[in-house]
Ligand binder design. Structure first.
Ligand code: SAM
Ligand code: SF4
Length: 320
C-alpha cells in the first residue's frame, strides 16, 4: 500500500486490549480503566480477518501491543493465526514481561518471532513506583525465559524520564548483548503525560552526547524510529528512539489498529477510522476501504508546533 506521500505502508501495530496488569504512571490512569463490553472490542477472529486483508495489501510485519497483550484471552491463538498468514515476515509482541515466563514457550511454538520488553528501571523499588505496584522479578524472569526459548533478539524498551531513571542509563547500556538490544525512548506528551512538567522530558540527543564514548559508530540498519549504535565492547547495540527531537515521519511505514477496531494512521493525531462496520463486508470492499483510508496518512506529526492539540487517548488505549 502506498500513501499520498509515496510511503510504502507495510507495518501494522495491533492493540489487542486496553487492559493491563500494571499501571505505569505515564501510560495508565491511576484508577485503571474499565473493562469494555465484549461487543465493543474486536474478537480474535475479527483481528484475523482484518489482518488477512491487510497482508493481502502488502503488510508483512505485525507487532502486537496493548494495554498488555499477554492479558488478552486468546493471544496465543491470535499469534498462531497471524503467523500462518501468507506474507508475514516478522511477528513480534511488545509486553511488560510480567507474564512472559508463563507464555514465552507457547508463543514461540505458535510462531512468534521475537519480543520487545518494557522496563524503565532496574531498581525494584523504583519499578514498583513507576508501574504502581509491579514486581521487577517477574519481568527479569520473563526476559530469561524469552532468551531460553529463542524469542530473539529481545529489545528492551526504556522510556526516559528526567530525574527518575537518567542515572541508570549506563546500567542499561551494560545490559545490551548479542541477544538483546537496549532502546531508549523519548517520553511523549500523550494521554497521562500531556500535562507533565517540561523538565521530565529529556531528548535522546542529549543522552547520546553524554554517553557517546560508550559507542563506536552507528549501525548499518538505520531505518525506522530507532538509531542504533554499536557498543565499544562489541557486545550488542543500543537504540535511540527520538519521536520528538528527530521525527521519522518521512519514512514512517506503519499504521495502528486499536482494540475497539479503530484504524489510526498516525500516533500523534486524534483522527481515527472505524473498521468494525467493515467486518460485515466482502473482501473487495474491505481492501478498497482500507486503501482509501491509508492513502490519507498525514505527512508528519505536529508535536513540536505551537498549535498542537494534545492526544486524548492514553497510550494503553493506542498501543505504543
Ligand atoms: N504493555 C506493553 C508494554 O508496556 O510494553 C505494551 C503497551 S505499552 C503502551 C507500549 C510501549 O509504550 C511501552 O514501551 C511503554 O513504555 C511505551 N509508552 C507508554 N506511554 C508512553 C509515553 N507517554 N511516552 C513514551 N512511551 C510510552
Ligand atoms: Fe501497561 Fe504497558 Fe502501559 Fe505500563 S506501558 S501501563 S505495562 S500498557
Amino acid at each position: 500500500m502506498i500513501d499520498q506521500f509515496k510511503r510504502s505502508i507495510h507495518y501494522l501495530r495491533l492493540s489487542v486490549t486496553d487492559l493491563c496488569n500494571l499501571k505505569c504512571q505515564y501510560c495508565m490512569p491511576e484508577g485503571g480503566v474499565d473493562k469494555k463490553a465484549h461487543q465493543d472490542i474486536l474478537r480474535i477472529e475479527d483481528y484475523l480477518r482484518l489482518v488477512e486483508e491487510m497482508t493481502s495489501l502488502g503488510v508483512d510485519k505485525v507487532r502486537l501491543t496493548g494495554g498488555e497483550p499477554l492479558v488478552r484471552k486468546g493471544i496465543v491463538d491470535l499469534v498462531e493465526g497471524i503467523a500462518k498468514l501468507e506474507g508475514i515476515k516478522d511477528l513480534a509482541i511488545t509486553t511488560n514481561g510480567v507474564l512472559l515466563k508463563k507464555y514465552a514457550e507457547e508463543l514461540k511454538n505458535a510462531g512468534l518471532t521475537r519480543v520487545n520488553v518494557s522496563i524503565d528501571t532496574l531498581d525494584p523499588d523504583k519499578y514498583r513506583e513507576i508501574t504502581r505496584g509491579g514486581n521487577i522479578e517477574d519481568v527479569l524472569g520473563g526476559i530469561e525465559e524469552a532468551r531460553r526459548v529463542g524469542l530473539l533478539p529481545i529489545k528492551l524498551n526504556v522510556v526516559l524520564i528526567n530525574g527518575f531513571n537518567t542515572d541508570e542509563v549506563e546500567d542499561f547500556i551494560r545490559l545490551a548483548d548479542e541477544d538483546m538490544d537496549v532502546r531508549f525512548i523519548e517520553l511523549m506528551p500523550i494521554g497521562q503525560v500531556a500535562n507533565w512538567s517540561k523538565d521530565k522530558f529529556i531528548s535522546n540527543e542529549k543522552l547520546l552526547e553524554k554517553h557517546r564514548d560508550w559507542f563506536v559508530m552507528e549501525d548499518g540498519e538505520q531505518y525506522g524510529p530507532a538509531k542504533y549504535y554499536q557498543k565499544k565492547d562489541g557486545k550488542g547495540r543500543v537504540g535511540f528512539i527520538n519521536p520528538i527531537s528527530n521525527h521519522f515521519c518521512s519514512t514512517c511505514n506503519r499504521v495502528r489498529m486499536t482494540a475497539d477496531g479503530k484504524l489510526k494512521l498516525c500516533l500523534h493525531t486524534n483522527e481515527e477510522y472505524d473498521l468494525k462496520p467493515l467486518l460485515e463486508e466482502d473482501s473487495d470492499t474491505i481492501r478498497k476501504t482500507l486503501q482509501e483510508y491509508i492513502a490519507k496518512k498525514p505527512e508528519r506529526h505536529h508535536m513540536n508546533d505551537q498549535e498542537f492539540q494534545p492526544i486524548v487517548r492514553d497510550m494503553n488505549r493506542i498501543g505504543g
